[in-house]
Design a protein around this ligand. Structure first.
Ligand code: F6P
Length: 742
């Protein structure tokens, strides 16, 4: 019924159009046929006139036989009448030639368009033929042909035309109805398939081209719905310190958590006046792990590297932290200078760091460094065992300083759950292959229960590296590697920051105040726009490329020359290494060059602050800035960009972010750049400086909501949830084995 109604929508206009066309076409057709016939009759008239011309020019025939010839000629069924005019007068005519139609009138009719006149008996066609003899014009022959047959023919033609149009209409309607019926069915089943998700969300055949626009709309709508659902889930899926604590209490039954990292969360420094000063190092690792540790109340094992560290610990080398709050314990380990040189500076930072970052600095591998690296890993592994209060603690191993430690701990505590998180990128198998101890490193890491990277891409690189160099079984589907009888889950856990609590945010000075303070402290003119960069002074951070981009922006847009200042905080780092010293000197020289070119002596364009800034100072800097530039040449994640976003509760400020930082995948609302492309980065800086406030707000609001949701508690929570699942599985399988043994 529905389809019939749809078809009517087509059929009614079709009938109307066809009727209309017939109505218009018929008179046209009549005229046309009449004209054709008139032409035929003219030709026929000429023929007859020619045939009679001899008789008409011959005097004798004219006298005697003309009437007879005329009477015989009109016996033809088409010929109605003939008249012979001489000097404008009818001198001979056949019976049906109207007496009142003179020669002059006949000539006029013949010259008219339709050349027809109605006489008694019906319409006739009149033709007028002058007959020329030897002595000139002899007279004019008037011929009248019957036109009634034309009318008859015209009626026939009309009839046929109507039949033709009607049958054409019927045929079109029939075909249309059939095609419409079939298409409708196809369309309905296509739409039903789309609604089932075929060709839409499942990797099946794409929808037919006619349904493609519908599929695109549906896909968009689905995405909206997904977003709505996600937003709904988000409200329920909030990760915070409380939730992490409850996870530890319930799913992990309050089991002990031990963190191992090289860098300690706080250092105690002996100041020149002899006072003991507590400092938090510039470290993404510390930024991320410390809040988790506070929630877990566990033990953190790290290298005691501060000049006053020994003075702050108890007899077991432990100190309660954070200062004054005592939420967890830090166990410090002491390294000799040679150990620190070989393990930390040498193997970790001259070997593994450039190896994994692929930032065009050659990795250096020394046998002696490797020795120290192994020994220090063993030292820390022993400390883990010593700190363990049970045979199955949860050990969170942090970073590339401890690639061997997981297997070392596994040997001594086979039931421990070891979560290793690699804070830096993992290169492809070819790049990693240049490490002389690649197999030992991979075997060490595969001692982990769970091995975490920031991105899926790094996980994939690691799995491919194991595939290339180790005798291991890989379950790609589940991302599990079986090696030496143990299984390691390789998973991505994008690290993040602790989202500031509202009570903390309330204590921050306003962005305006932060800006005024910064301008006064550094002597920046108050009307300047301010860009900031906050990094460890490291060649992977793209500081040189960033300065070059600032210079290029000023070259291209001279109007910004005395209106823009870039503040670069560079926390001193690994300065004992030649590569770092050379890099830091190069940055100094570049800064001087750019300042000499564009700055005023009293207001340099680039302010390079090579000093440690505490958390509070960095927050103020972020709040004072119009633009924050993160241009790492390669970075596991990078937390500076997330901290900048967290600091901007006014939803202002623009983030320029390197696409080679893991964070770029999560923060597409930043201005994402290739830092090696100076022009592109300079243009992004210009766009950031000229971005309208409404757009800044829109981008910043989205960035903030995603960093707030994907915070560090989610990072830790996801890892620990996976750990709880694997621990449960292990317990069940141990119980089953025990039963079998009974
Ligand atoms: O980026 C890797 C990393 O270990 C971070 O986790 C940390 O922020 C940084 O390097 C610290 O380096 P270092 O401890 O050598 O100063």
């Amino acid at each position: 019924m529905k389809t019939f109604r749809l078809q009517l929508r087509f059929l009614v206009p079709l009938v109307l159009i066809l009727t209309g066309s017939a109505y218009l076409a018929l008179p046209l057709m009549d005229k046309l046929t009449l004209r054709w016939f008139a032409r035929d009759l003219d030709m026929r008239g000429n023929l007859v006139a020619n045939a009679l011309s001899d008789a008409l020019t011959d005097e004798e025939s004219r006298g005697r036989k003309l009437q007879t010839i005329f009477d015989r000629t009109v016996q033809d069924e088409r010929m109605v009448a003939i008249a012979w005019c001489v000097s404008g007068k009818v001198v001979r005519r056949t019976a049906r030639f109207p007496a009142d139609l003179g020669c002059e009138r006949a000539e006029q009719v013949a010259a008219a368009r339709d050349a027809s006149v109605r006489i008694e008996g019906g319409p006739v066609h009149v033709s007028f033929h002058p007959i020329i003899g030897d002595a000139g014009l002899v007279g004019d022959l008037v011929l009248m042909h019957d036109l009634s047959f034309i009318e008859r023919r015209s009626q026939d033609t009309r009839k046929y035309l109507i039949i033709l149009i009607a049958s054409l209409g019927a045929a079109i309607a029939l075909v249309t109805v059939i095609v419409a019926q079939l298409s409708w069915r196809g369309w309905v089943s296509g739409a039903q398939a789309l609604l089932r998700g075929e060709g839409l969300v499942r990797p099946m055949l794409p929808p037919s081209p006619e349904l493609a626009p519908l599929a695109a709309d549906l896909r968009e709508r689905l995405r909206d719905l997904e977003d709505e659902v996600r937003r709904g889930q988000r409200a329920e899926d909030v990760w915070n310190a409380d939730r992490l604590q409850s996870l530890l209490r319930t799913q992990l039954r309050g089991d002990q958590v031990i963190v191992v990292s090289n860098r300690e969360p706080y250092t105690h420094e002996r100041a020149e006046n002899g006072e003991l000063v507590v400092r938090r190092p510039a470290s993404g690792l510390v930024t991320a792990v410390e809040p988790v540790m506070r929630a877990c109340s566990g033990t953190w094992i790290a290298h005691g590297s501060g000049s006053g560290d020994r003075d702050a610990v108890d007899s077991n080398d432990r100190v309660a932290l954070p200062p004054g709050e005592s939420e967890y314990l830090l166990r410090r380990l002491w390294l000799t200078e040679e150990q620190e040189q070989g393990y930390y500076y040498g193997f970790a930072n001259e070997g593994l760091w450039p190896l994994c970052h692929v930032a065009h600095v050659r990795p250096v591998f020394r046998e002696q460094d490797w020795e120290h690296y192994r020994n220090v890993n063993q030292l820390f592994a022993d400390a883990v065992v010593a700190e363990a209060r049970s045979e199955d603690p949860i050990v969170l191993v942090q970073d590339y300083h401890f690639a061997l430690l997981p297997a070392m701990v596994r040997r001594q505590l086979p039931r421990a759950t070891i979560l290793t998180f690699w804070h830096i990128p993992w290169p492809n198998p070819e790049s990693f292959g240049i490490c002389p101890w690649r197999s030992e490193i991979l075997a060490g890491m595969l001692g982990s229960t769970i091995l975490g990277f920031h991105t899926r891409f790094h996980c994939k690189n690691f799995i491919e590296t194991v595939d290339r160099y180790m005798e291991a079984r890989i379950e790609h589907e589940h991302s599990i590697i079986s090696f030496g009888g143990e299984e390691t889950l390789v998973e991505s856990y994008p690290i993040s920051i602790e989202w500031p609590l509202p009570e903390e945010a309330r204590t921050w000075p306003s962005p305006g105040q932060c800006r005024t303070e910064l301008c006064e402290r550094l002597g920046i003119p108050h009307d300047h726009s301010i860009g900031v960069g906050v990094d460890r002074f490291d060649y992977t951070k793209g500081i040189l490329e960033r300065l070059n981009a600032v210079e290029r922006m000023l070259e291209k847009h001279p109007e910004w020359r005395e209106r823009f200042t870039f503040v670069q905080v560079a926390a001193p780092s690994r300065g004992a290494l030649e590569e770092y010293r050379a890099f830091q000197e190069r940055i100094q020289r570049t800064t001087e060059r750019i300042n000499a070119r564009f700055g005023l002596p009293e207001a340099p364009v680039i302010r390079l602050l090579v000093q440690h800034h505490d958390h509070d100072a960095v927050m103020r800097l972020y709040r004072a800035a119009d633009v924050c530039m993160v241009t790492s040449l390669h970075d596991g994640m990078n937390l500076v960009c997330k901290e900048f976003v967290a600091a901007r509760d006014d939803e202002r400020g623009v983030l320029v972010l390197s696409r080679f930082a893991g964070a770029a995948r999560e923060m597409p609302e930043a201005l994402v750049v290739n830092p090696y492309h100076v022009e592109e980065t300079a243009d992004a800086l210009y766009s950031a400086l000229t971005m309208p406030p409404a757009e800044q707000r829109e981008r910043m609001a989205t960035l903030r909501s995603s960093v707030q949701e994907f915070n560090v508690y989610r990072w830790a929570g996801r890892m620990l949830t996976d750990a709880a699942r694997l621990r449960l599985r292990q317990r069940v399988s141990e119980r089953v084995q025990r039963h079998r043994g009974d």
